[in-house]
Each structure stands twice: as C-alpha cells, then as structure tokens.
Write a protein that binds this ligand. Sequence first.
Ligand SMILES: O=C(O)CCC(=O)C(=O)O
Length: 280
Amino acid sequence: MKQPTPSDSPERGDQAIRVSGFSYLPRFIGVDEARTLVDYFAGLHPLWEKRFADGHRSRRGATGRLTRPVYWLGAWQFAALGYYAEPEHLVDKCVRAEPLPPVMTRILERLRPELVPHGDDGPLPNTCLINYYGHQPKRDGKPPLDFARLRMHRDAEPGALVMFSVGQPAQFEFVYPKAATPEHSLWVRHRSVVIFSGPGYKDRLYHRVTRVRYGQEPVLGAQLEDFTVRRISVSFRHVPERYIYDLGELGDRARAIALSHVEALAAHSEHFQRQLQTLP
Ligand SMILES: O=C(O)CCC(=O)C(=O)O
C-alpha cells in the first residue's frame, strides 16, 4: 500500500491508498456497475446552475454559472440558495430530489467496511452531487472551451465524503489555501472511489479538480447540447431528513429562487413535475 507524499507532481492513481482520513480505492466499482452508471448518467439532463439568485452579484461583480453542469439526487442543493453547511446553514437549502439508483446503493453498501476507519458506521449517504466534466467542441475555428475543473472548496455536510469516478483520469488535489503547492495530488481514475474525512482532509484542507485528461474510452454522455463529457464524478453526502424540503415547504425567498430551476428540471422529470404540485 502506498503512502501519500506532499508534492505538486500527482501520484499515478493505480494503487490503493489507506491513510488516516483518506482512502483511494482504484477499480472498486465493477466493470458492469460502471457501465450501468454510465448509462444512467447519459439519460440525465444536468443543469448549468447559476451561482447567485437573479439580481444578486458576487463581491467581484460576477453573476457566473458553475464551472460544470451538475445533477443532484436525494436532495438538490441549488447553488443560488447557498449550500447546506453545519452548524448554521441548515434551513431552506435542500429540495427533495430523485432517489439514488440501485447500482449506487449497492456500491455504497459494499463500501461500509471502508467507511469504518473514517469513523462512519451510521446511515449511508442519502444524497449526491453528479459533476459532468468536459468541453464544448471547436466552433467557427475557435478552440474548444474546457469545463473540466472544480474550484478549491470544502463540503460541510456531516461525516466522510465518498466520491465515485467514471471516465478519464482527473487531477484531484488537497490544498491549503495560501500554500504554493498542494499537500496531496493524485490522478483519480475510471471506476475508483475516494473517501476522506476528519480534521485534516475534510476540515483543514480544501479540495479541487485542476484538469481531466482527453481520451476515447469509455464513451460518456449526458442530455446536454454542445458538450462532450470526459469524466463524471459523484460526491455523496448525508443531509438529515428534516432538512430536505418539498418545493412548497420552502420559505418565500428560497422558493422564489428554486422555482425556475425546478421548472427546468420538470421539463424532463416526473419527480420535479410532482415537486411543482407541492406549491401552495
Ligand atoms: O470531481 C471530483 O472528483 C470532486 C468533486 C467534488 O469535490 C465535489 O463534488 O464536491
């Protein structure tokens, strides 16, 4: 088993790593399971979510969208509502979303023993974020636009974070904000699982995706116009059931922000059509 080394040259990602607060499990997802996941992801209509509610701007004046299209299961945390974060950002953050497909639940069940060293022997995650990384192909002689990165951030749901990957390898890094080099950098590969937890990897360090390789296999897709998918990751989290709301249960401001997103999702999802019916 390999030990991680602080470095700006990423590890290859072909061997398992199990250290305090971090696990990397290459090939944990079976070949057939990966195919089922890829088919499932290809059928979804991800959203290019806006980071701010209409009329609001960041301190730097940008109203921009997320760096990549996304789809949530279990509970949708719309970026414009701010994300669920314990201990204080709990209410009006999560709208009930479609359930996890059985293939995800099966893989999570098999991961239970791997979660124990992370202090997680409670309920399995009930929600996840699906990230689609890729590019918009060349148009009119212009170079392709790459959307295969994720800014440095931390996630504040309780417990360990579990992440599945399919597609091309991604450079995944743990970084301390003001440091010149990442503390841990590795290529996260097709069918692998990453788990991290605790005061080091989850609380002190931030994580990010800096690039995704190009390649032919496996072929990935999504119901997206003008977008070639190279990698899909799923990050699982646990949100207490009492903080997952039907659209109609949200407070006025949150409901107004979530409505246009839910309408967009309802164009392709019976679940979100039913969510619209919960409006008063
Ligand atoms: O794509 C990845 O591997 C990382 C995803 C992630 O950091 C997140 O969903 O919070």
